[in-house]
Design a protein around this ligand. Structure first.
Ligand code: SF4
Length: 233
């Protein structure tokens, strides 16, 4: 069963990697790779969409916004090689969902425990801003991943866009009786079905972490809560 699940997820992941549905994002993800900043000159960029990654039978499912142009779009793994990832993996490690706090490259030994990470859109957008049609184009991938992972107990949206995208997909899958989206806030918590909680946190982007809008303690508290829900009866 677990092997079949991993195989089915691998099919979705290869479909994601081959996707060129959003012309603006295809041009951006490939264009930034052609002209990297000085610090990354000489590195070969991934420059393709980023599939979800992690434990195929995870109970914690994280939905981010989209890859960073010089983070995941460079390294080829979600949240790997950028400041947002530094925050995310440190928090996951502290809460027991990762075996190490650092994520710098695909061969860095990082493993996720009971955690899977996906995103609202799988290609890096200009100025980290997605168009509504790009969110809609990419939604089937998130939907298929969540469909293949019925054991998910906590879905954590990083930022309002990830939070809303996760809820919309769960509603489309018929896995919630809620008609309206729960209201997003940092620390938002909605039990959207008997077995599934949707949590929200501010996104660990530099815009939030540099300004102190999101502190390490605030972020850690959300992961501690996810851990608590997963371990409750
Ligand atoms: S954002 Fe999603 S739908 Fe658009 S090109 Fe990338 S993978 Fe395809």
């Amino acid at each position: 069963m677990e092997d079949k699940r991993a195989r089915d997820l691998a099919v979705v992941q290869s479909q994601v990697i081959a996707c060129r549905r959003c012309p603006r994002l295809v041009a951006w993800r490939e264009g930034v790779a052609q002209n990297p900043p000085l610090r990354y000159r000489g590195q070969e960029y991934w420059a393709k969409p980023l599939p979800g990654w992690g434990d195929a039978v995870a109970q914690l499912f994280i939905v981010g916004l989209a890859p960073a142009a010089h983070g995941g779009n460079r390294t080829g793994r979600v949240f790997t090689g950028d400041r947002s990832g530094d925050w995310l993996f440190r928090a996951l490690w502290k809460a027991g969902f990762a075996n190490q706090p650092l994520s710098v490259g695909v061969d860095d030994g990082l493993q996720l425990n009971n955690c899977y990470i996906a995103a609202t859109a799988r290609c890096a957008p200009p100025q980290n801003k997605l168009l509504p049609e790009e969110i809609a184009n990419c939604r089937p991938y998130l939907q298929r991943e969540l469909e293949l992972m019925p054991q998910t107990k906590v879905i954590l949206g990083l930022g309002k866009i990830g939070f809303d995208a996760a809820f919309d997909v769960m509603r489309a899958l018929g896995r919630t009786t809620w008609k309206a989206r729960p209201k997003f806030s940092h620390g938002a918590e909605a039990q959207i079905s008997e077995n599934v909680w949707l949590l929200g946190t501010y996104h660990p982007s530099q815009q939030n972490t540099f300004t102190g809008k999101l502190t390490e303690t605030m972020f850690d508290t959300v992961f501690a809560r996810a851990h608590e829900i997963i371990n409750s009866a």
